[in-house]
Structures are given as structure tokens and as C-alpha cells.
Design a protein around this ligand. Structure first.
Ligand code: K7E
Ligand code: CUA
Ligand code: CA
Length: 603
């Protein structure tokens, strides 16, 4: 598939196989060399795809380059990340946004990219927090969290998808049943909801409530139905109770009908949200019976079918996405969890129990052609989600597929009793699948989404736009108000201004730090010795740190990102005075000998 790095590999491959892999038999060595060539992206060259992996209990998203499998960055979302200056400090906006929405931990499962005309548009990435009923929006111009909102009435906000084709809503379904109306503990009152959120503001516009639960979500492509798998139609409260029935369901929600009912005032407002109770106003939710306890829910790229992966059944149920009739139920292997698509009519289903990806032909399976199974490949080990490039859009690319494996066993150097999760990259461009690489990740990716770098090429910002509240160079100041001190500070290579300020022990200090750099990547951090403060301030960004000044003495603040040859000199002093000692509000009190003006060189 990729030949552009062929020459580099001619040099690299023999080295690799004589030095480390002498046990690889000759015939295998050729296959390994060709796999290495496919994923080798020389330093300085860019990958073809961004892969966004949900972080699971790490609470954020990890960005990798494909095909090199190189880790590029982390986007912390539902958990403070002090090292990145994210939500780690009282003063930061990220802290307020996260705190206002609930606990400072989250469990991210399903990254979803925004689309226009059936293609990724590179604007937004949405992700759920299963643990605390929240959804976040990441702005892909900056790869930064733009919004986090609590979804009323939901527990276990699990399946997440964008309502297609418009993306005017993202919708999220509750996996965990509870009584959000009367707040009783009586299982007879348990409901779950599917919540429809404004794609930009994430305000919950309306919800559909029902008995049982919903697990994984996927949208039809024509603005009518959205689909969810439902494994607890029993409304069971024990694992036995949840597997009583032979068949559970795929739920199809008629969105235009739900909107109409809301507009007609047929919904009940619960905790500020109009809720259509499906037990009282039937018709909005159609249950399509499928084998017991289905998991993955995936609409085909052409929007014709929705597939429910069997999990406990070795089948995938194929449902006509318009008539809602089951058209086929092919057997694919043990523990089918999720399905994804290429551009040639094939489906790739993850098999958790078999530890395999199975490739099968959709039309053949529907026609009952016994040759519908095309290929299967072993993965390592116990695959959960699998996702092919572009598979959620109308135009899958058909080249790469990621297998997100729950266990890595002996794949990597042992690092104690716990081992990393593992992803494998599979070339699906040919008739046969080829596993070409494996890469570990922090815990615990559930799902991934890949977007071509071209989509984001002209979208990713070089710097932040200075916000209105930003301190301008030359307008730095110290403002004292009783026990509160505000320091309006700028930073640029290689200086903080002011380079010192005075304060009393116990005063509440807020530093408003603006990075006035205009060059990409010139991040400056602000750490304050012995005060637990670390900001990361990217070019054009303004960040606030609020803290209480410690016992009297000198505390240096310094830059935490190695930014220039004078990085180490990029520091200043917080001078904490004894009670009763006078404090100066001039910039840089006592910093330089009298009548010498501080003069900064910003080069
Ligand atoms: Cu998408 Cu892991 Cu939340 Cu399946 S879930 S594996
Ligand atoms: Cu600024 Cu280091
Ligand atoms: Ca069940």
C-alpha cells in the first residue's frame, strides 16, 4: 500500500532482523519487513491519520498518528492533569468548567467526530463520561475542551453518537436504570433515557425515557431513526436478571416524531428537561428483537442497515434501517462486540472470546450466500471495539483498522502485575487482513476514531486568539484589595512580567497569566515553589492561578516548559512579608538596583 518509505526500509530492515529477530524464519521475515515498511514514517514526516482513542478511566482522549502508531498528545477532559495545567487549580477556567459539571474524574468511552455531508468536517469531537452522566465537546481547532455538560436524568451515559446527517444533536443513552422522577429506589420506577443534546452548547433539548436500558448508539443517515442496543429489557437488577430473556432489543427512536411531540407539549418536564415517557406515549421507540444481550450498534456507511453485535450470541443481527425488519442474522464467531466497515461492502466484527477480527461480506450475508465469511485474523488479546478509518461516515477509506484489545499479555516488556492495554493496526486494503503493528496505551481505550490529516490540515490553530481579558504587554499590574491580590502578568521568551510581587502570608493571590507569544508551540508554564501551582499557558492563552500565600519568605516562580536558552532564567519571586510589614505594589519591588529600569530582551 505505501511505498514512499521503501528506501529507508531497505536500510532499516536487515539491521532489525539480524540484530534482534534472528529467530524469525526467512519466509516470515519478508512479511515482517513489509509490515514494518507500511508503518514506518520517518522522523519529520507526518502520519496519514489522526487516531483519537478514548481514555476510559483516564478520563480523556489520547491522540496517535496512524500508521506509525506514534503517541502525539493527550487531551485531558474529565480529570485534572496537573502536568498539563488542566483543571488543576482553583483559578483556571478548565477547573471551573469541570467542577461545575460534577466530579473531577470521568470514564470516557466513545469519541465521536462531527460530520458535514457525510464526511468528517474536523470541527468537533464529542465524548461521554459514563460514570457521571456528562458529555464533553473538544474543539479540534485547538484540541482543547470547549464544553462539558451534565445531562439531567441520566445514569451511565454510555452510547454516544451524532444525529446524522446534520449533527444538530449529539445523543447519549443511559445504561444504568434509576428513578429520576420521584427519586425512589423501587425498581418498578426505574427508567433510562436517551438524551438529545445541542451539538454546540451540549444543552439537553429533550429526552425519551423507557423501561430497561440502552447500551451503544448509532445514527441512521437520513435524519429519521437513531438506534441503540438494549441488553436489559428485563429491567433486571442482577446479572442473572439481565440475561433472563432469550431476546433483547435494538431500539429505534423516531427523532422527528419525538421533536413533534415535544413541540406539542406532550413531554413532561423533569429536572428542567422535556421527557417523553415511552410507557405513556408509545410510538417514539420501536423495539426490534435481537438475540439476548447485544452490544455494538453500527449503521452501515450507506445508511441502509443497522448491525447489532450478539455478544452472548455468535451472530450479528442485520436490521433494515428504514423498515426496521430483521433481514439476516449471520454467525460470525464467539463474542461479537462491535462492527466496522470498509468501502467495499465488507464488515469487520470484533470477537472478544475468539480474540479475532472477522471480515464478512454484508450483501452475501443478507442473501444467505454461505461464502459470506471472507477472512479472520488473530488479535492480542480479547478485542473490544474495532474501528476502520472513516467507518462512521458515508465514505469509509478501506485502508486501516484499529483493534482495541483489552489485554496485552506478553506483547510488551513486563512492567509489574498490570500491563498496558494494546491496540493493533490492521491493513484491510487487500483481500486478506494483515496485522502490521501493535502499540500500548494508558488505560483504557474503549473506542477510537480516525480522521485523515487533510481534514484538519487548515483547521488546527497555530496559536490561541488572545481573549478580551488578556493582559497586554506593557500593561502588567498588581491590584490589591484587602487580603486579595491580583497579579496581571505576561510571559514571553524568556521573562515573566512582573518578576516579583509582594504579598502577606494568608493572602489570596490570583495570578492572571497571559502568554503573549505569537509563535506556535512557545508554551510557558508557571510553577510556584511549595504552593502546588503549575499552569501551562500556550501562545495567546490566558490562565489564572488562585492560591493562598504561604509562610513569610521568598518563593520563586519559574517556567515549566523548556522554551529558550534562557528558560532557566525565566523565573520571578513571590515575596511573602511578615504581618505588619509594608508591601509594595510596584512591579518588581527590590528586583534591580535603584534607578535602573528593568529592560527585557524578548529575543
Ligand atoms: Cu463501547 Cu467498552 Cu463502553 Cu464496547 S463499550 S468494548
Ligand atoms: Cu518559558 Cu521556559
Ligand atoms: Ca437481557
Amino acid at each position: 500500500m505505501k511505498t514512499k518509505y521503501f528506501f529507508a526500509l531497505i536500510i532499516a530492515a536487515p539491521l532489525a532482523f539480524t540484530a534482534c529477530n534472528s529467530e524469525v524464519p526467512k519466509e516470515k521475515a519478508a512479511a515482517v519487513a513489509s509490515a514494518a515498511q507500511q508503518v514506518y514514517v520517518p522522523p519529520g514526516k507526518l502520519d496519514d491519520y489522526y487516531a483519537f482513542l478514548s481514555g476510559g478511566q483516564s478520563g480523556g482522549v489520547f491522540v496517535y498518528g496512524i500508521p506509525s502508531c506514534r503517541y502525539i498528545r493527550e487531551i485531558p477532559i474529565f480529570e485534572p492533569r496537573a502536568g498539563l495545567g488542566y483543571a488543576n487549580n482553583l483559578g483556571t477556567e478548565s477547573y471551573k468548567r469541570l467542577r461545575d459539571s460534577g466530579p473531577i474524574w470521568g470514564d470516557t468511552h466513545h469519541p465521536v467526530l462531527s460530520q458535514t455531508d457525510g464526511k468528517y468536517d474536523g470541527k468537533n469531537l464529542w465524548i461521554n463520561d459514563k460514570a457521571n452522566g456528562r458529555v464533553a465537546r473538544v474543539d479540534l481547532h485547538t484540541f482543547d475542551v470547549a464544553e462539558i455538560k451534565r445531562v439531567p436524568n441520566i445514569q451511565g451515559a454510555h452510547g454516544l453518537a451524532a444525529y446524522l446527517p446534520s449533527c444538530k444533536y449529539v445523543f447519549v443513552n443511559g445504561e444504568l436504570e434509576h428513578d429520576f422522577e420521584k427519586n425512589t429506589t423501587d425498581p418498578a420506577n426505574y427508567r433510562s433515557v436517551i438524551a438529545f443534546l445541542d451539538g454546540q452548547t451540549l444543552e439537553t433539548k429533550f429526552e425519551v425515557s423507557f423501561v430497561g436500558n440502552a447500551d451503544i448508539a448509532s445514527s441512521g443517515k437520513d435524519g429519521k431513526y437513531v438506534f441503540v442496543t438494549m441488553y436489559n429489557t428485563e429491567n433486571g437488577q442482577s446479572s442473572e436478571g439481565m440475561i433472563e430473556r432469550d431476546r433483547d432489543a435494538v431500539g429505534a427512536i423516531d427523532v422527528p416524531l419525538a421533536e413533534k411531540l415535544v413541540a406539542e407539549g406532550k413531554a413532561t418536564v423533569i429536572n428542567g428537561v422535556p421527557v417523553i415517557d415511552e410507557t405513556k406515549i408509545p410510538g417514539v421507540l420501536t423495539r426490534i428483537p435481537v438475540p439476548k444481550n447485544p452490544h455494538g450498534c453500527n449503521v452501515t456507511p450507506d445508511g441502509k442497515y443497522v448491525l447489532a453485535s450478539g455478544k452472548l450470541s455468535p451472530t450479528v443481527t442485520i436490521i433494515d434501517a428504514h423498515t426496521l425488519k430483521v433481514v439476516a442474522e449471520p454467525e460470525v464467531g464467539l463474542g461479537p462486540l462491535h462492527s466496522t466497515f470498509d468501502n467495499r461492502g465488507n464488515v469487520y466484527t470484533s470477537l472478544f472470546v475468539d480474540s479475532q477480527i472477522v471480515k464478512w461480506n454484508l450483501e452475501k450475508a443478507i442473501k444467505g450466500d454461505p461464502s459470506y465469511l471472507v477472512d479472520r485474523v488473530d488479535v492480542h488479546y480479547n478485542v473490544g471495539h474495532t474501528k476502520a478509518a472513516g467507518a462512521d461516515t458515508s465514505y469509509p477509506s478501506g485502508d486501516w483498522l484499529i483493534s482495541l484489545n483489552k489485554l496485552s499479555k506478553g506483547m510488551f516488556l513486563p512492567v509489574g502485575p498490570a500491563m498496558p492495554e494494546s491496540q493493533e493496526l490492521i491493513d484491510i486494503s487487500g483481500d486478506k487482513m494483515k496485522v502490521v503493528a501493535a502499540f500500548p496505551s494508558p488505560p483504557e481505550p474503549h473506542d477510537a476514531v480516525m480522521v485523515s490529516r487533510q481534514v484538519l490540515a487548515d483547521k488546527v490553530a497555530q496559536t490561541y486568539q488572545l481573549p478580551a481579558k488578556a493582559t497586554k504587554l506593557g500593561e502588567e499590574k498588581v491590584v490589591r484589595n484587602g487580603k486579595k491580590l491580583e497579579v496581571f502578568m505576561t510571559c514571553i521568551r524568556s521573562k515573566f512580567i512582573p518578576e516579583s510581587f509582594e504579598v502577606h502570608q494568608g493572602d489570596e493571590v490570583t495570578i492572571h497569566l497571559t502568554n503573549v507569544e505569537t509563535v506556535r508551540d512557545m508554551t510557558h508554564g508557571l510553577a510556584i515553589a511549595n504552593h502546588g501551582i503549575n499552569l501551562a499557558c500556550d501562545p495567546g492563552q490566558s490562565q489564572d492561578a488562585t492560591f493562598t500565600a504561604g509562610k513569610p519568605g521568598t518563593y520563586w516562580y519559574y517556567c515549566t516548559w523548556f522554551c529558550s536558552a534562557l528558560h532557566l532564567e525565566m523565573r520571578g519571586r513571590m515575596l511573602v512579608k511578615n504581618d505588619g510589614e509594608p508591601v509594595s505594589d510596584s512591579l518588581n519591588p527590590g528586583a534591580v538596583p535603584a534607578n535602573v529600569e528593568p529592560k527585557a530582551s524578548y529575543e
